[in-house]
Design a protein. Structure first.
Length: 198
């Protein structure tokens, strides 16, 4: 079932991060977004964004923010979507007030993927707010394993501060790499330093 569009503002009324997404759209993209918001079949438009706009991630996120679909619709868009569509859903999560019981499994699914773009999208503000300490620590390790820069991990400094278990995991991983004759990523050293802060 399709959720009817609402009249929510495109940019989130003063939210700088959403305004920045809107700024990424050219005239064609803005026209597409306006038409998609007004279309009862907006889910079809969500899927076609890659063919219709030069900034499909941004267009899809803004469409979801404008339409504010039901939780079940968001989950379906993720589960049935392409990698690009899933990435947009993950990036939109902080703006959708999705019930963590529905949203956290999407983040966890993305963290199991080998697609670094999905992993990077999964560790945004929604994950920072809702992942358990155990799952969040493993998300940090996943980023290190896959080469995703820790700069994309939202609230890294806050959540890592004083986290002795994360420090242990990072130290063990560094030791494994050293024993294998591999370099220890600078990101790992930075994250380890964060755990030592109080």
């Amino acid at each position: 079932m399709t959720t009817a569009p609402t009249t929510a503002p495109t940019t989130g009324a003063g939210r700088p991060e959403l305004d920045a997404l809107a700024d990424a759209l050219d005239a064609e993209g803005r026209d597409w977004l306006a038409a998609a918001r007004a279309d009862a079949a907006w889910e079809r438009r969500f899927a076609e964004a890659g063919r219709r706009t030069g900034a499909p991630d941004e267009a899809r996120i803004l469409l979801l923010v404008a339409v504010r679909p039901a939780d079940g619709t968001v989950v379906r868009l993720y589960r049935q979507g392409s990698a690009a569509e899933r990435r947009a859903v993950l990036r939109a999560l902080p703006y959708l007030d999705l019930d963590p019981a529905q949203g956290v499994p999407l983040v966890e699914d993305a963290l199991r993927a080998n697609d670094t773009h999905l992993v990077a999208a999964a560790v945004g503000p929604y994950a920072a707010r809702h992942l358990t300490a155990h799952t969040w620590r493993h998300a940090v390790l996943k980023c290190l394993f896959t080469g995703v820069p820790l700069a994309v991990v939202a609230a890294l400094a806050d959540r890592a501060r004083g986290d002795a278990e994360l420090a242990r995991m990072l130290t063990d991983y560094a030791a494994e790499r050293t024993a294998a004759g591999r370099t220890v990523p600078a990101d790992l050293r930075r994250a380890l330093a964060l755990t030592e802060e109080q």
